[in-house]
Design a protein around this ligand. Sequence first.
Ligand code: FHN
Length: 454
Amino acid sequence: MKTVKRITLIALIAILNFNTGYAQDTPKVKKLSDDERMEWWRDAKFGMFIHWGAYSIIGGERGTKIAGGGAEWAMDKLDYTVEDYEKFPKMFNPTMFDADAWVTMAKNAGMKYIVITSKHHEGFSLWDSKVSDYDVMDVSPFKRDVIKEIAEACKKQDIKFCFYYSIVDWHHPHAQGNLYPNYNIAQHDDPSVVNPKFPKYFKNYMKPQVKELLTNYGDVGVVWFDGDWISDYTTEMGKELYDFIRDIQPNTIVNNRVDKGRNGMEGMDKEGNFAGDFGTPEQEIPDTGIDSDWEACMTMNGSWGYKPSDNNWKSSEDLIEKLVDIVSKGGNFLLNIGPDGFGRFPSESIRRLNAMGEWTKVNGEAIYGASASPFEKPKWGRYTKKGNVIYAHVFKWPKTGTLKLHKDIKVKKATLLTNPNTELETLATSREVLVEVPVLAPDATVSVVKIELK
Ligand code: FHN
């Protein structure tokens, strides 16, 4: 009797396994078409960039010296040798770090994805890397896997998890580490200066690290490379790395800094065949719309990494207008936060995130899933388009109570996003379309008029 029972039990488990799909080998991910793969990203429009590392302890200051530009360049700008600098990862102990709180602040701001620096140029890795002992688990007293905590918090709150990875590594002896303190960025603009050990770093360190990040932390929305400018890194490496990533996670999106096509800070690829799924304008917005995928990344003040001495903060109004301007030209906006060495977002950043969240809560339909408008930008603001609707984002509200739209806009119905139940009077003339609007702007920053087209 016992034997029969056992056989029945084994057969039952086998059937259950088969039916519930718990096949022994991990289920293969369905490889999406490029448009399907890019869809979530094209709809998302707005993401959070996070620059966090040992440089966040330094804050861009060394005695009376303040690093010019981004504080994340402290090792270079404040003249630390590799040996000097190694003391900072040994101090990294951000006991106030709370991944869930960070992700909640991004979500409440209206951001749909987070790109966090897994490793910046300093070479210090914020995850448990088996390839390196210069990581948060081995060298810092913190001993928590930051990338794991962020990835889990993103999954919990339905925010896409993405990571930044620096090709440049000022610590690794086969990358730029062997050149410090003589390493000179300018020298590296000279293509004749090529580090003979870099291919070893690329093959034996960089690729295994990228594989760890793509294997151990679940779905990765975007891999955001940086440091593509160095002459050690070649387009052959870039193309190999792009294919390597797509083999591990076929549907991950990769920026154009994976290869060598980027045309400086304006961020789009020059002529030629280069790997990468979107262009990356940095600290600037193209003058006109671009009909390929692109994302503008920007700081809130002047530094990517935490820099308390930099009080050059963009206003919340300016940041909202930048979001609208970028979406009206067909792009995404990746807006940066530089948390401090304790794991806190600067209060000035939180204030701006809250203001952007208030605005996107009311006006998000004119942003998410919207595309560039077919009409040239009006003097008073921007247009975005979604299906059969044009959204007029008014930066300068008309004092006359009459908003003038492009003459080719055929209005079926016009309403304010803040007051969808009240139809606005419109009049089409040969030169423009007039919309009667309240004398006072309904929104303190950008007010949006929804135009349903005939
Ligand atoms: O050198 C980096 C810089 O520190 C920062 O990470 C920006 C963000 O895109 N990228 C490089 C400068 O172009």
